[in-house]
Design a protein around this ligand. Structure first.
Ligand code: F6R
Length: 375
């Protein structure tokens, strides 16, 4: 069942090209322009999308990170103000009720207690008003048959296939893909981007599966070698900006949960406001420098870290100037909007190989369960 891989996590990392391919096949309409139909087959009911003004998202853990990428896409492509909340926080201090708001619960298992409770609370408090607001509750999940599936007005299935490793990998990528689908659907409905731009984004998305395959082919051996350098390392810092800030958080979470190394994900520009005090030769820094609007800024933030003797690992597109880094993990060059799905792959592999070299139980890390049904 592990199909020759040492762990389920590694198998699931390698399944990601096919997960993205499935999403593209299920949801995208490749010749939408010629047939003058929608670019995306999501079939969201108009009850959910008419007069929509805001989106709020509730999630936990890795699903919360996928939601932060989703916020970027929904705001930048579809121009809808989007708020991402930890489900466990939202339940006890919800924002004031806003009209015309869609609430999305993102949970791969569909069973996370806090996420389900936050959605249930949202439906209730909307219906209790004198003039009730339509709840518009949507779920994004890998398990349509879950409890979540039964409580939402519409479910977006992520089709990643069952994930056994406790650390989420392919389900994260599938959730991010679901947000591309949703953002493009809403952008098309609201005409916030041109058909040419939709074409361009679709063409880019269609390249992702082969680009992920390429990373797995060219970087995996390098990452395994690199992982040998950290037998005693106790702390790691991950830096990213813009759409890749959530990827820095995700890289840090993966490392923490399976290798038990303390790791922090930070928006690169925030380093100098405190955390830079942590840095010295014993704290490696991983900088996600994927090109686009924030590239120069990330490089200069990385330089600041290097000046504190930190070992600097760069996630960088091929062909970019990368002299600042001690170690380079290359990914294919893509536009910024599409970069998170590529940037996360080397980070998953890095945490996998560091944990596996430490002889840890990668698929069943201590203290963790695959779905968290306690509050
Ligand atoms: C991280 C991880 C957890 C889950 C979180 C939410 O690898 O697995 O952080 O992402 O417990 O789980 P779901 O998505 O099932 O709600």
């Amino acid at each position: 069942e592990k199909q020759g891989f040492r762990h389920f996590m590694l198998k699931e990392i390698h399944e990601q090209p096919s997960v993205v391919r499935t999403c593209l096949e299920v949801y995208f309409n490749p010749d939408w322009q010629r047939k003058s139909t929608k670019p995306v087959n999501l079939n969201l009911s108009s009850e959910l999308t008419d007069d929509l003004e805001n989106i709020q998202i509730v999630a936990c853990g890795t699903s919360w990170h996928a939601s932060l990428v989703g916020k970027y896409l929904l705001e930048q492509i579809a121009e809808i103000p989007t708020f991402v909340q930890y489900a466990s926080e939202y339940r006890y201090s919800p924002s004031p009720i806003m009209a015309n708001t869609m609430t999305i619960g993102v949970t791969q298992s569909g069973e996370t207690a806090d996420t389900l409770a936050a959605l249930g609370m949202e439906r209730q408090r909307r219906s209790r008003l004198d003039k009730p607001y339509r709840p518009r509750i949507v779920g994004i999940s890998n398990r349509p048959e879950s409890t979540l599936g039964g409580m939402v007005d519409q479910l977006i299935n992520t089709y990643a296939g069952i994930e056994i490793g406790v650390a989420a990998t392919k389900t994260f990528v599938a959730q991010v893909m679901a947000f591309y689908v949703l953002a493009l659907d809403l952008a098309w409905q609201r005409k916030t981007i041109s058909p040419e731009r939709i074409d361009q984004i679709l063409a880019g998305l269609l390249q992702l599966p082969t680009q992920i395959e390429k990373i797995l082919q060219t970087e995996e051996g390098k990452i395994e070698d690199l992982a040998h350098n950290f037998p005693e390392t106790r702390d790691f810092v991950f830096l990213g900006r813009g759409i890749n800030f959530p990827i820095a958080l995700e890289g840090a979470l993966k490392l923490k949960e399976i290798s038990y190394i303390h790791a922090e994900g930070y928006p690169a520009g925030e380093m100098k406001h405190g955390p830079i005090a942590l840095l010295d030769a014993h704290v490696p820094v991983v900088a996600i420098a994927m090109g686009g609007s924030v590239y120069e800024k990330v490089i200069s933030n990385a330089q600041e870290a290097k000046a504190r003797d930190a070992r600097l690992i760069g996630i960088v597109p091929q062909s970019y100037d990368d002299e600042v880094f001690h170690d380079i993990l290359n990914v294919p060059e893509v536009e910024e909007l599409l970069s998170p799905i590529l940037a996360v792959i080397p980070l998953q592999l890095l945490s996998y190989y560091i944990a596996s070299l430490r002889g840890l139980d990668v698929d069943q890390p201590r203290n963790l369960a695959k779905s968290v049904t306690v509050e």
